[in-house]
Design a protein around this ligand. Structure first.
Ligand code: SDX
Length: 392
């Protein structure tokens, strides 16, 4: 089963912080980054421009964008010794395990900008992380398939470079399909930030203790990995593979409705959006466009479309407000692009790094910042007499 996640409404969800990065209205299905609507950003900006906006607050001028792009492009390589970390993993290690470990190790390589009280050093760490995450993600994939690592190229866009590092081999350069590169860039943008979700709250809590940015991002990667959160896109494809054929869709829908069964439809529902996730709306459009333009005919995708139809028409799903979320469609697009399911959450982590590090930077720039300390509701025994072991 995919497990059943319950939330203690008291824990963390009351954690309050002030942020000007992302605004969500779950009832109205509104998502804005620094006041810009997600639809506009996904359709009119590229991911690096969205990174600039999240980090700096306003849309860049052309020269500001060009300078930012040059900075990121020139930080895409990683230290050669960092590549050795991968050799310590077993061949079947999950790429998320490798990314989590390697990102945490980055602080031992990039320690020239670890004074978190210095805004300029915080920004340089942010630039390094945004630039190097695709390289590390692609290295994790290459290691898992037994192919040599591929160096980044400075003449490619952010999305093209990632695809190049994923799919080029020494014998043949990967020819980047513009439809795929554009869909990849849009997936990055739609996953860039999402207010105080579990992994962003994890990064903020880690950062509040003064931990270095690489340790904080590694904590975010770990938190995102869960199937209730960023792991949902991988779990969604696993679920589609388990359903397998159209004639089994009703069986799984019935399981999802059965309160005695912990099974949940992966890629459906959301803690905040009790209306359609605006990212899913854009992702759905992209998904159908990519499948059509690439001429993909995959029975798994037919199952996905059948599930989508149920969710949009079934009274139970409508009453529970269980719409397909961003992870539902992103998993389908990534599969259509030829990316293995084990890399889906890695791509989510890569995309979300800019959101995590923007919140980290914002928190540390706020005056009077103190260490986070969520409280609890104590439900255990109290004031008990302790009887020594030899008398018990
Ligand atoms: C992400 O926080 C963020 O912003 C996260 C994220 C981001 O960008 O950072 O948006 C990314 O994590 C998206 C969510 C990906 N997760 C999944 O797709 C996993 C499947 N979804 C569920 O686990 C669930 O919907 C959650 C965890 C996403 C949200 O759960 P909630 O808000 O705690 O909702 P709930 O558990 O209170 O559910 C409400 C009702 C329940 O029924 P009742 O107890 O009221 O009878 O809806 C049911 C649930 O049983 N329900 C589902 C369901 N999700 C909720 N039933 C079947 N299938 C589902 N997927």
């Amino acid at each position: 089963s995919y497990g059943y996640f319950t939330y203690d409404p008291g824990f963390l969800s009351t954690a309050s912080c002030e942020s000007s990065i992302t605004f969500i209205d779950g009832d109205k299905g509104i998502l804005q980054h620094r006041g810009y609507a997600i639809d506009d950003l996904a359709k009119k900006a590229d991911y690096l421009e969205v990174c600039y906006i999240l980090l700096n607050g306003d849309a860049p001028t052309q020269s500001e964008y060009d300078e930012f792009k040059a900075i990121i492009t020139n930080h895409t390589m990683v230290h050669e010794k960092l590549a050795h970390f991968f050799q310590g993993f077993l061949p079947d290690a999950h790429p998320m395990a490798m990314v989590c470990g390697v990102v945490g190790a980055m602080s031992s390589f990039y320690h020239s900008d670890l004074d978190i009280t210095d805004p300029a050093q915080r920004k340089r760490s942010a630039h390094r992380l945004i630039a190097k995450m695709p390289t590390i993600a692609a290295m994790a994939y290459k290691y898992s398939v037994g192919q040599p690592f591929v160096y980044p190229r400075n003449d490619l866009s952010y999305a093209e470079n990632f695809l190049h590092m994923m799919f080029s081999v020494p014998a043949e350069e990967y020819k980047v399909n513009p439809i795929i590169a554009s869909a990849m860039d849009r997936i990055f943008t739609l996953h860039a930030d999402h207010e105080q979700n579990a992994s962003t709250s994890t990064v903020r809590l880690a950062g509040s203790s003064g931990a270095n940015p690489y340790a904080c991002i590694a904590a975010g990667v770990a938190s995102l990995w869960g199937p209730a959160h960023g792991g949902a896109n991988e779990a969604c494809l696993t679920m589609l593979e388990e359903i397998g054929t159209l004639d089994r869709v009703d069986e799984f829908v019935a399981k999802a409705k059965d309160k005695s069964d912990p099974f949940r439809l992966m890629g459906f529902g959301h803690r905040v959006y009790k209306n359609f996730d605006p990212r899913a709306t854009v992702m759905r459009e992209t998904c159908h466009k990519v499948l059509k333009e690439l001429g993909i005919n995959d029975p798994l995708l037919d199952v996905a479309m059948a599930l989508e139809k149920v969710a949009l028409e079934d009274p139970y799903f409508i009453e529970k407000k269980l719409y397909p979320n961003v992870d539902f469609y992103s998993g389908i697009i990534l599969k259509a692009i030829g990316i293995p399911t084990s890399m889906f959450t890695v791509i989510f982590a890569m995309s979300r790094t800019v959101g995590w590090i923007s919140h980290w930077d914002e928190m540390l720039s706020q005056p009077g910042q103190k260490i986070g300390r969520p409280r609890q509701k104590y439900t255990g025994k109290i004031d008990r007499e302790f009887v020594p072991l030899n008398k018990r």
